[in-house]
Design a protein around this ligand. Structure first.
Ligand code: NAD
Length: 266
């Protein structure tokens, strides 16, 4: 079991995590399952869903897997319908699935733009909407957590469509937080800095020396290293817990101090 705070109130609750078969999502699935929640892992990659389920089972964590494309409304509706039918409730949803993008605006094709927006923004919208409707109908409150990105606030040219998608997620989170608040449903975002996942490594793989690139990203942060998926998942568990009962509409930066740092600017 991962060390860290215990949230007994999460035992017996039901959670869903998109992009749950890899990286930050997999860590979130594990963290919520370790807190005693029934967890549904939603991911488009069926082989990864099976292998992640098997590796978690080896740790004594029996999580459920659904192959789901968050950019497809019917797929998301079917996933939520199945969760409600089999688990009877839904308390926590982590809208986390996304793909990366590494082209400046000038070389971003319309097809590439649409893919990133469809998965990262429309996918977050579809899952959050269906979860919100289910939570509102049940009347027991709930916690909806988005994975945003510091790239929504400050960015680099190559991150064009990705940054735009995460800017949209930031605005969506705030709009839903206001709409859902009267129903006891809290809505927040976690904004991870560079975290060691397959997505980050695929970005690093575009450089001549990926390992050197990852070391450089780590060294550029005040804490001197990149993050681990568990260090984001622990914040997700906190946002799901009663410890965050007065938090809604918040963005939590988890980036090893990078956003606060002026670098060589002064
Ligand atoms: P990852 O590539 O390890 O995991 C992403 C998962 O999403 C994969 O399992 C993939 O199969 C799944 N996925 C992709 N398209 C999907 C779709 N259409 N429907 C359902 N699932 C789909 O990436 P990660 O680094 O763990 O990223 C998780 C989240 O964290 C993303 O929202 C990403 O933007 C965000 N993020 C990551 C970093 C980082 O440094 N790793 C930094 C900031 C934000």
């Amino acid at each position: 079991m991962t060390s860290g705070p215990r949230y007994p109130e999460l035992a017996g609750t039901v959670a869903a995590v998109s992009g749950g078969a890899s990286g930050i999502g997999e860590a979130s699935v594990r963290a919520l399952a370790e807190q005693g929640a029934t967890v549904w892992m939603l991911d488009i990659d069926s082989a990864a869903v099976e292998s992640t389920r098997a590796s978690l089972l080896a740790l004594g964590l029996d999580v459920n897997g659904i192959v789901c494309d968050v950019s497809d409304e019917a797929s998301v509706v079917a996933a939520i319908t199945r969760i409600l039918a089999e688990s009877g409730r839904l308390d926590t949803v982590h809208c986390n699935a996304a793909v990366t993008w590494t082209e400046p605006v000038s070389s971003t094709t319309l097809a590439g733009w649409k893919r990133v927006i469809d998965i990262n923004l429309t996918g977050a919208f579809l899952l959050a909407k269906e979860a919100y409707l289910a939570m509102r109908t049940a009347g027991n409150g709930g916690s909806i957590i988005f994975t945003g990105s510091p790239h929504a606030l400050r960015t680099i040219p190559e991150s064009s469509a990705y940054s735009a998608s995460k800017g949209g997620v930031a605005a969506l989170m705030k709009a839903l937080a206001i709409e859902a608040a009267p129903f006891g449903i809290r809505v927040n975002s976690v904004l991870p800095g560079a975290v060691d996942t397959p997505l980050l490594r695929s970005d690093a793989a575009l450089s001549d020396d990926p390992e050197a690139m990852i070391r450089r990203w780590g060294a550029s942060r005040p804490v001197g290293r990149i993050g681990k998926p568990d260090e984001i998942a622990s914040v997700v568990a906190f946002l799901a817990s009663e410890g965050a009962s007065y938090m809604s509409g918040s963005e939590i930066m988890v980036d090893g101090g990078l956003y606060a740092y002026l670098g060589d600017g002064m």
